[in-house]
Design a protein. Structure first.
Length: 342
């Protein structure tokens, strides 16, 4: 099928799901729309990562992935501001309007990929692989012990990192920390701003750093962000001081994200043989939704228990363990993967 066609197909499905949300008037169609959106999303991200690897030489991939991540977060920030300006709880139709705009722009992106990239490398299956009869399934991918080790580290970053950012963190800040939703909004805005402002600088400074150490640095910086969250929630702090502490905590988390972005796409594609690139990217991308499946229930048990501050302790320890695992992974990664090409 080819990575380009897969990306275009995924975008069309995603846009169709969002369009269904724009038209839905009951839970049934809305559920179908969400499902289609997720199905399309699961095809888009791994195929786009693969396309970057096919079109960019190895020595420039880290910067390409970093630039893509920075632009993605800039889009999230602008989209969030526009949605906040358009949407109102008092006007339910405003939600349909935002979903309609989202569906239209997604469809336009799909056409851009399907038409504009049809002659680009990776759009179609590589002819040299087809001629050589190179085939392989997920069993062959999972024989790659270095890649399996990377998947475990990425899953831990998802469980104790991103999955805690999406929901549990805001719940802790408002329930245990006593802050307002406005503080949460400012914190996420600061998180996005940090990524956009420092992403390319971090990529340039860390360009020759071992990839396992960048993974470890990501985990350690995220652990610091969670510790700052716990400190800001101390009983002696309240009001503006606590709010500033929470904003700083999520800003620090954003800086940690800039360490991860060049590695998240770089390691799977450096390990993958060309004929298995799509499968490597698919499994690497699957660690994030799987982490999102595990992380929030874990947070719910901790936050809903008798000692909600145990949430901070557990996720900090999880991040420290992830940092140690990343350093161990460095012993398994081949030299050309561990040390980015000059």
């Amino acid at each position: 099928m080819g990575l380009g066609r897969l990306a275009g197909f995924g975008l069309l499905v995603q846009g169709g799901g969002t369009g269904l949300l724009a038209l839905a008037g009951s839970p049934g169609p809305a559920a179908v729309g969400v499902a289609l959106n997720l199905i399309g999303n699961s095809a888009v991200w791994p195929s786009l990562n693969g396309l970057v690897a096919e079109q960019v030489p190895p020595e420039r991939r880290s910067r390409a992935y970093a630039l893509r991540f920075g632009l993605l977060n800039a889009g999230i920030g602008v989209g969030g501001l526009l949605s906040g300006w358009l949407v109102s709880i008092e006007r339910p139709a405003s939600f349909h309007l935002v979903y309609g705009i989202d569906a239209t722009t997604t469809a336009a992106f799909a056409l851009l990929v399907l038409i504009g990239l049809r002659r680009a490398p990776g759009y179609l299956p590589g002819e040299r692989h087809q001629e050589a009869g190179l085939r392989g399934g997920y069993r062959e991918v999972l024989r790659d012990r270095a890649f399996v080790g990377y998947l475990l580290v990425a899953l831990a970053l998802g469980v104790f990192g991103y999955a805690q950012l999406n929901g549990p963190w805001a719940s802790f800040v408002t329930s245990v920390g006593g802050s307002t939703t406005q503080v949460v909004g400012f914190a996420f805005a600061a998180n996005t701003a940090a990524i956009v402002l420092v992403q390319l600088t971090v990529e340039r400074v860390t360009r020759r750093v071992r990839r396992s150490r960048l993974l470890a640095a990501t985990a350690l910086v995220w652990a610091l962000g969670w510790m700052l969250t716990g400190l800001a929630a101390l009983p002696g702090l309240h009001g503006v001081v606590a709010g500033v502490g929470f904003v700083i905590a999520l800003t620090v988390f954003g800086v940690g994200e800039t360490f991860y972005s060049p590695v998240g796409g770089g390691v799977p594609n450096a390990l993958a043989p060309p004929h298995l690139r799509a499968r490597y990217n698919a499994l690497a991308s699957a660690t994030w939704p799987l982490g999102g499946f595990i992380g929030p229930p874990l947070a719910g048990v901790l936050l809903g228990g008798g000692v909600p501050t145990s949430w901070v302790v557990v996720i900090v320890m999880g991040m420290l363990g992830t940092a140690a695992a990343a350093l161990l992974l460095g012993r398994r990664l081949p030299a050309h993967v561990e040390r980015p090409p000059a």
